[in-house]
Design a protein around this ligand. Structure first.
Ligand code: GUN
Ligand code: ZN
Length: 442
């Protein structure tokens, strides 16, 4: 039979297309070396995509001869195809204040964050930033993100509209915030709940869009607001919840003054029914053992944000304690507190944070955490984060030769772990040769 191989820059928009490359994905958390059956690595692999989903994946020699003669095979040999990255905590309204100098979380919020967020009541401005933001995610190989908007419902409409137009699987929510912030950024317990519910009805389950209830963090919500948020969470069991916890010492002291009855910062959320599967807590640095057990027992998830934690000097996430407790954790950029949109750069910094606290994260483990691990933690396993048949075809093409240094280093890699480690430590947006969303090249 004849095989219809096309160069990657001559790909058509046919509904069934196959991709030839080194294919890598995970079916569980890999051992450090990656040498176990949790990692699926097909050096000359073929990924067959049909109608936006993965139809088949396997060795080229096995699958190619059985394809219909007119199926186009896009030639990405020399590159690596992986599931698209999942960024589990990011603020799109902070795109324009990324890399702003500040001396820690609370001054940074006051000086940069709140003033810039004030502008998102203007739909034209929100749309302009949302457009840039989703395109920047895609340029960096991120196909799903858990996104904070601002207090304005218009900001969530703008983000969802752009994401829906690109058919991305996105989780986002309007921030709820009814105290301890400038007057111009405040909702009330009632209006925050009403607007959130309206947005759930408008967006949750529309195409690939999903809603996340977003109480910003305990200091900016009254007990009344946290209570209505808990009620909405109870009513809409498959929506996400996203907030911040135990990020910074000054913040934790503030929470203990605002909520003297609570045993800990995390306990504030627990008291209002906000710990459960699909509840994702940014940072989770300064948890104690009881907190970590509650995270595990409730199915809540920590989003580790290394570039932000180092930039704002918040602290070091304790990987060993999280593993010992058996709690779920994921990786996230936290732009604009975080300093990069790239999940590769985020992995680079996560590696260093882990080393500083006596742990070691292999490249296999970090790539798992940014794909299959995140999907499992978010209760989206089998849907995203994998290249297994049936999954939505969100994937990235990584170029091990993207820069002269990467080419030189990866040429000398003596194992898959060494190759992936170089990609993670030296990689960034330049390493992303292409990003596909539901089978469509972006
Ligand atoms: N805590 C409350 N709001 C924020 C925010 O916007 N960024 C970070 N990093 N922490 C927060
Ligand atoms: Zn954040």
């Amino acid at each position: 039979m004849s095989i219809k191989s096309v160069p990657h820059d001559a790909e058509s928009a046919a509904s069934c297309v196959a991709y030839r490359a080194h294919i890598l994905y995970f079916r569980g958390r890999p051992a450090s070396s990656g040498e176990d059956d949790a990692t699926i690595s097909l050096e000359d692999g073929l990924l067959v995509v049909e109608d936006g989903r993965i139809a088949q994946v396997g060795d080229y020699d096995t699958l190619a001869p059985a394809l219909d003669a007119d199926t186009e095979i896009v030639d990405w040999r020399g590159k690596l195809i992986m599931p698209g990255f999942i960024d589990t905590h990011v603020h799109y309204p902070q795109t324009d204040i990324i890399a702003s100098p500040a001396t820690g979380l609370l001054p940074w919020l006051e000086t940069y964050t709140f003033p810039t967020e004030a502008r998102f009541g203007d739909p034209a401005y929100a749309t302009d930033v949302a457009r840039f933001f989703v395109d920047e995610l895609l340029r960096c190989g991120t196909t799903t993100a858990l996104v904070y908007c601002t207090v304005h419902p218009e900001s969530a409409d703008a983000l969802f509209t752009e994401s829906h137009a690109r058919n991305m699987r996105m989780v986002a929510g309007k921030v709820m915030m009814d105290r301890n912030c400038p007057e111009y950024l405040r909702d009330t317990a009632e209006s925050g709940a009403r607007d959130s519910e309206m947005l759930i009805q408008r967006w949750h389950g529309k195409g690939r869009q999903m809603y996340g209830l977003t109480p910003r963090f305990a200091p900016t919500s009254t007990e009344a607001q946290l209570a209505v948020c808990g009620e909405l969470a109870q009513q809409y069991k498959d929506v996400f919840i996203q907030s911040h916890v135990a990020e910074n010492a000054d913040e934790i002291k503030w929470v203990s003054e605002l909520f003297p009855q609570a045993r800990s910062y995390l306990d504030v959320y627990d008291r209002f029914g906000l710990l459960r599967p699909r509840a994702v807590y940014g940072h989770s640095i300064w948890l104690d053992e009881t907190d970590r057990m509650r995270m595990r027992d409730t199915g809540a998830v920590a989003a580790h944000c290394p570039t932000s934690n180092l930039f704002l000097a918040s602290g070091l996430f304790d990987f060993a304690a999280a593993d010992a407790a058996g709690m779920a954790y994921t990786l996230a950029t936290d732009v604009g507190g975080g300093t990069s949109f790239s999940m590769l750069q985020t992995m680079n910094e996560a590696h260093k944070v882990a080393r500083m606290s006596g742990s070691h994260l292999s490249a296999h483990t970090m790539l798992y955490l940014a794909t299959e691990g995140a999907a499992q933690s978010l209760d989206l396993g089998g849907t995203i984060g994998t290249l297994a048949p049936g999954a939505e075809a969100d994937f990235v093409v990584l170029d091990p030769h993207a820069t002269p240094l990467l080419a030189r280093r990866t040429a000398r890699a003596e194992s898959l772990e060494e190759l992936l480690f170089a990609l993670v430590m030296l990689g960034d947006d330049r390493t992303i040769a292409a990003t596909y969303v539901a089978g469509r090249k972006m």
